[in-house]
Design a protein around this ligand. Structure first.
Ligand code: HEC
Ligand code: HEC
Ligand code: HEC
Ligand code: HEC
Ligand code: HEC
Ligand code: HEC
Ligand code: HEC
Ligand code: HEC
Ligand code: HEC
Length: 351
């Protein structure tokens, strides 16, 4: 039978008659105590409820519906061999026991753009027991143990893993069979992330370039990395640090380090008073240089230029910051301090 051609559930097998023959056989066996193995009968006789010989195929918590219903013959068709004299080969599968068999009753699981390896090769039974199992969906293992039957756990181990990975919730993000998204993901780009993370974190008056285009993966690796917060490259954990370009590698992958490196500049940054680079002033210190996140939110902000509405770095207090920007500079009011301004054209004295 061609894959995908649905013949319908149990349609062309005569379930009722095999049922009667087999049941009466079992009853007979019960009364007379005759060993079934010594009997010779046509293979057709065996169709129902293991016929007293086979280990019960329907005694575990999760049993495949047609098995539970005793419809063995919807998958096993008798050959002309005598059973049980002939054991191997007396029953043939109505299909090769691979995906074709499943497709007789189920919607196809291998037709989307990205298909999981074992599904693509038709090996449904790598993960499912066709008769029964102690796990839901007759799975061969439960939860993440199923995935680790084939995937190397150590490969997914990260110094700072994403909590849903540690909790083994692979299927919160991946479909086990197929998807139209790469890596058989349940959603694409930032849509995947906002299934769990609050969308409001990523909206505001200013939105960071890669965030607005949904490229969370420009900065984060979803399974985790050797850096905190699933970051792709190095970025300081603390608010104050001894400045080095390498520490801010994450930002300097896209922005030129000269924005914090050149003490005097007419172009490297707009955060300058005349030629004096205020990024340099705040960030570039051997002792207690500020991290970018003291002023900038890496995602989005209600103020221009990703300036956070609260400054971090003063212990648990987050002091409100009000930032206004104009064509030639800007002004910051931090907490109850005096406003501080900068002007690129006409430098402010003691900014
Ligand atoms: C949905 C299809 C399907 C149904 C229904 C089904 N089987 Fe099977 N059965 C299979 C497949 C496929 C295999 C081969 C399993 C494998 O290769 O792992 C198999 C293998 C077997 C085997 C040999 C291996 C083993 O697991 O012991 C026996 C015996 C068997 N089935 C008995 C039964 C009986 C009895 C019933 C009814 C209670 C039944 N089957 C119902 C698909 C089915
Ligand atoms: C003869 C028809 C038939 C065949 C062949 C068949 N199934 Fe099923 N399967 C069913 C029916 C009926 C259900 C119950 C559907 C429901 O409850 O919605 C079911 C349910 C399932 C379930 C879900 C169990 C659950 O707990 O919800 C899985 C998994 C499954 N089948 C896997 C397979 C695999 C793998 C194959 C091929 C080896 C296969 N089936 C072949 C009829 C079949
Ligand atoms: C890599 C392991 C794996 C393989 C291979 C696999 N499945 Fe599944 N399947 C699962 C898991 C896990 C679930 C449970 C999904 C969930 O929890 O939502 C499932 C659920 C199902 C279900 C019930 C829910 C549904 O999506 O309809 C059916 C039916 C099913 N599989 C059929 C198949 C068929 C048919 C094949 C082969 C084409 C197959 N599976 C191959 C892992 C697998
Ligand atoms: C029976 C073995 C088997 C099991 C069980 C299994 N996988 Fe896979 N998986 C594979 C194979 C084979 C590939 C393809 C590998 C390749 O192309 O390098 C694959 C690839 C993948 C991919 C990458 C797909 C892509 O498009 O690159 C993801 C994601 C994945 N598996 C997730 C899972 C999850 C989640 C589970 C548990 C629900 C799981 N796998 C269980 C065998 C398995
Ligand atoms: C929070 C969502 C999420 C969870 C949970 C998740 N993944 Fe992934 N996974 C992804 C994304 C996104 C990718 C695409 C590659 C990337 O961004 O690193 C991926 C890629 C993969 C790949 C293919 C690439 C590779 O790294 O080999 C495999 C295999 C995989 N995941 C397996 C798993 C397994 C197994 C689990 C459970 C332990 C799991 N994933 C949990 C989101 C997730
Ligand atoms: C299935 C739910 C789920 C999905 C989907 C998800 N996350 Fe998470 N993520 C969590 C949970 C739970 C935490 C831990 C609690 C928290 O920090 O909110 C977390 C934490 C994080 C953290 C902070 C880690 C730390 O150590 O500070 C980052 C960064 C993160 N997620 C990024 C992402 C990105 C990027 C995506 C999309 C590719 C994503 N998440 C998708 C559930 C999810
Ligand atoms: C330009 C780089 C960058 C991009 C793009 C980015 N992030 Fe982040 N993200 C960071 C940095 C840096 C941190 C750590 C901030 C800190 O140390 O407090 C972070 C922290 C997080 C956290 C945990 C901290 C928190 O505030 O709860 C989550 C969750 C998160 N990001 C999700 C996302 C999602 C979802 C996207 C895509 C919509 C995304 N990020 C895009 C740089 C980025
Ligand atoms: C993947 C590339 C990428 C990374 C990594 C990156 N940025 Fe950006 N950033 C951009 C793009 C694109 C823009 C928009 C540029 C433009 O509009 O000219 C931008 C703009 C900005 C702006 C100006 C926002 C505005 O509203 O004009 C600030 C501030 C900023 N980034 C800070 C950071 C910080 C801090 C880091 C490190 C945590 C960082 N960026 C990492 C790509 C990146
Ligand atoms: C003391 C607060 C403060 C700190 C710390 C800070 N910035 Fe800024 N940054 C600003 C202000 C204010 C602007 C807006 C300048 C303007 O447009 O007038 C700005 C602008 C930017 C821009 C836009 C382009 C430019 O230079 O004008 C980028 C990119 C940027 N910052 C990156 C960073 C990075 C990367 C770090 C950490 C290495 C950092 N900032 C640390 C306050 C800060």
């Amino acid at each position: 039978m061609a894959a995908g051609q649905n013949k319908g559930y149990g349609s062309d097998v005569n379930i009722a008659s095999t049922k009667i023959i087999c049941l009466s056989f079992a009853v007979l066996a019960g009364i007379s105590g005759v060993l079934l193995v010594s009997q010779e009968r046509p293979a057709e006789a065996a169709g129902e409820m293991n016929c007293g010989c086979h280990p019960n195929k329907a005694d575990k918590s999760f049993t495949h519906k047609p098995v539970k219903d005793g419809e063995c013959s919807s998958c096993h068709k008798p050959s002309d061999q005598k059973h049980p004299k002939v054991k191997k080969g007396a029953f043939l599968l109505t299909d090769n026991g691979k995906v074709g068999l499943c497709n007789e009753c189920h919607e196809r699981k291998d037709i989307k753009k990205y298909v999981h390896g074992p599904v693509a090769s038709g090996d449904c039974l790598d993960c499912h027991d066709v008769h029964q199992s102690d796990n839901k969906f007759q799975l061969k293992a439960s939860g993440v143990a199923l995935c680790y039957m084939c995937h190397d756990k150590t490969k997914l181990g990260r110094k700072f893993p994403h909590p849903p990975i540690t909790e083994g919730k692979c299927l919160d993000c991946h479909d086990p069979h197929q998807s139209d998204n790469k890596y058989i993901l349940k959603a694409e780009g930032s849509a995947l992330c906002i299934m769990c993370h609050n969308k409001s974190m990523f909206s505001g008056k200013s939105i960071h370039g890669p965030v607005s285009t949904g490229e969370c993966s420009a900065c984060h690796v979803t399974h985790g990395t050797q850096y905190p917060h699933l970051l792709k490259h190095s970025f300081p954990e603390d608010f104050y640090t001894s400045f080095s370009k390498a520490q801010f590698d994450l930002c300097f992958k896209c922005h030129s380090a000269s924005l914090a490196d050149d003490q005097r500049t007419g172009a490297a940054t707009n955060f300058r008073n005349g030629m004096f680079n205020l990024h340099f002033l705040h960030v570039n210190k051997a002792d207690k240089g500020r991290s970018c996140k003291v002023c900038h939110d890496p995602h989005a902000s209600s103020q221009p230029k990703l300036i956070s509405s609260k400054v971090s770095g003063f212990g648990r207090w987050r002091i409100p910051i009000r930032y206004t920007k104009n064509d030639v500079g800007g002004t910051c009011v931090v907490g109850c301090h005096k406003p501080k301004s900068y002007n690129r054209i006409d430098p402010v004295v003691n900014p």
